[in-house]
Design a protein around this ligand. Structure first.
Ligand code: ZN
Ligand code: ZN
Length: 263
């Protein structure tokens, strides 16, 4: 499986992805808002974009569909529940569905509600698993729920799906927010040495060359995976004085999400 991450260099700070079969050159484009850029990269690699995957229905993920379909006749794939809102969807997806690209690539669909209630993450298995997580999981952060999502559902997605994936899973999100998210982590846990080291690397770095984190790293630097950390809980109780001394993980996650909205 060949993976090309494309920095869109736009105001949304989108990352687009091309996933290609090394034998046939067929490629899947994920959330190709800046579709001409995706098409240029595909051409340069000698690939043909035959499928488009929208992780969810927000404009900054689907706005390139029409242009790219016009240029390539690619099929559009998206969560079955989002199809009517996206329009032009050729294949509605659900949990456990498999997307094949060329002869060699297989991607599993995870049904991951929370950022919106119809959000798909793609998982590539193998020795170096890869998770394409749209606006559900960001490097060192979590998606917001203000555009049709629910924090409870996002917690369930993190706890029952993402946290259980192999530690070596590489994380490929829909936006580049690493430095800002690490600043939030460090405001919760000022002594988090892993977050400090990663922030030093991320600050001033070219987003096009941003690090690719793994889930093992995320569990060290992403506050939304650190729900039992005494430091996280203590700082949260400063912001929410009514919070009990030993809140459950669900409560910690939801309060962190609420705090992040206004942080
Ligand atoms: Zn979104
Ligand atoms: Zn987005």
């Amino acid at each position: 499986m060949l993976i090309e991450r494309i920095w869109a260099a736009n105001a949304y700070r989108n990352f687009h992805y091309l996933i290609a079969c090394p034998e046939t050159g067929e490629a899947l484009a994920i959330d190709p808002l800046e579709w001409r850029l995706c098409q240029d990269v595909a051409r340069a690699r000698g690939w043909n974009i035959t499928q488009i995957l929208n992780t969810h229905e927000h404009h900054d993920h689907i706005g390139g569909n029409e242009g790219l379909v016009g240029a390539t006749h690619a099929k559009v794939l998206a969560h079955a529940g989002a199809a009517s809102r996206i329009g032009g969807v050729d294949r509605g997806l659900g949990k456990g569905d498999v997307i094949r690209v060329g002869r060699t690539v297989e991607l599993e669909c995870l049904d991951t509600p929370g950022h919106t209630m119809t959000h798909i993450c793609l998982l590539g298995h193998g020795d170096a698993p890869a998770l394409f997580c749209g606006d559900t999981l960001f490097n060192a952060g979590a998606g917001n729920c203000s555009g049709g999502g629910q924090p409870e559902a996002l917690y369930n997605t993190f706890a029952t799906q993402l946290a259980r994936l192999p530690d070596q899973t590489r994380v490929f999100p829909g936006h580049e927010y690493l430095a800002r998210n690490l600043e939030f982590t460090l405001d919760r846990e000022p002594g988090n040495a892993d977050a400090q080291a990663l922030l030093a690397k991320a600050r001033g770095a070219d987003p096009a060359a941003a690090v690719v984190t793994t889930l093992a790293e995320e569990k060290r630097v992403n506050t939304f995976f650190r729900l039992q950390s005494p430091a996280v809980i203590a700082r949260l109780r400063e912001a929410f004085p009514d919070l009990e001394e030993r809140p459950d993980e669900r409560t910690v996650f939801i309060k962190l999400r609420e705090l992040r909205n206004r942080w």
